[in-house]
Design a protein around this ligand. Sequence first.
Ligand SMILES: Cc1ncc(COP(=O)(O)O)c(C=O)c1O
Length: 226
Amino acid sequence: MGVAANLAGVRERIAQACGRAGRDPASVKLVAVSKVQPVDAIREALEAGQRAFGENYAQELREKADAIGEPSGIEWHFLGALQTNKVKMVVGKVAMVHTCDRPSLAQELNKRAAALGTVQRVLIEVNLAEEPQKGGIAPRDLGSFLDVIGKLPALRCEGFMCIPPAEEDARKHFQRLRELRDELGGAAALPELSMGMSADYEAAIEEGATLVRVGTAIFGERPAKS
Ligand SMILES: Cc1ncc(COP(=O)(O)O)c(C=O)c1O
């Protein structure tokens, strides 16, 4: 199946999950994860009405954004581990950085956003199971990290993001992320929950996701990164 048909299928399943959860489908944003996919695949998705795209590598994001230009309404989301020396490549270019995961990164994002006279929207990546190989803030450190970000005028933290451990029931991790958000500020202060990928975005929506990050269900298997 092509990208347009895949997208239609994903949108339909999002609508059904919203129906089950009693939610308005407009409250869920589909971020099409185009990392390592060719620019032509992004163009196909654009043709089919998709506007939000997720990328994991700063250099690749910049090259693709330059190649695609600025079709009306397009927005890029940064989803990868971000080194501080690459921050300047993404600030001001992306609608949201989903992976703000340490104070030094928050400070650099703030510095670069301030220099551009902009406010960068970010999510805190939460390492729910405290997996050592993954980035993210441990749940017990979230409150103090929110305080750090709260003092940075050119950053706005809008919520949390998680990537649950592979091989585990993702739903219980989605529930936990939502509970943490409710404990630490609630939906008024932290409206966004970025959770759910191809295998589990419907469960994530049922548990409150406002951003789902879907790659292979839209674009097919990812080519090896060159
Ligand atoms: C942070 C993040 N979110 C979402 C995805 C999309 O995953 P999938 O292709 O399973 O939908 C990826 C893919 O690597 C990712 O790194």
